[in-house]
Design a binder for this molecule. Sequence first.
Ligand code: HEC
Length: 203
Amino acid sequence: MKTRLLALFIFSSFLFLSSCTKDDETAVSPVATATPATQTITSGTATSIALTSTISGTTYSWTVVQSGVSGATPGSGTSIAQTLTVTNTVAGTATYLITPMANGKSGSSVSVTITVNPGIAIVTYTSNIKPLLVNSCTPCHVAGGSNPKWDNYATAKSNINGILDRVQRESGAAGFMPVGGPKLSAANIALLKKWVTDGLLEN
Ligand code: HEC
């Protein structure tokens, strides 16, 4: 009988204590989440990290350590949107340490690492555009068939306005390219545009 009572006592104290601890934690210390927790971006573009917490009205402040990258600065807010640029021709990183604060209490810091890849210095047909067009526009615009051939530098170059027009139409709209395929990614469309501004070079 004694043992049973003791067991009951221990069990109920455990319930009591664990519920207390839980309540205290959620009541005073915000638990922050950074989404996404890691990100890879291209040099010259912005990070996009959303900060949320278990307590509404939480504020966030961050410090940052950058390596081979410039543009990352300490700050505060509910999202981190900073344009990062590599300082050399190789990838660099920026590691943000974010601390949430609610009702005058700070929670544990969360860390987010951004990898910044160097952008392509100069877009050329041979290195960048031909692989993109052959990959997305086969079989209709390569050797054989009656459509203009994008695996030919001169043809691709002289049709670049038409190519840009067609790939930027709504997927499925009249004249949308590639026929039957998915819309080109924003990065690939940006690459085509950069080919134009870089001078439509072959190599
Ligand atoms: C499944 C076949 C198919 C695929 C894949 C395809 N096309 Fe086409 N494309 C056509 C056909 C058929 C035409 C002619 C009809 C028209 O103009 O809409 C055409 C026409 C075009 C034209 C107009 C050419 C002219 O003579 O004025 C452009 C520009 C074009 N395509 C770009 C592209 C690009 C860029 C891709 C890849 C991202 C692509 N197409 C993928 C079938 C295709």
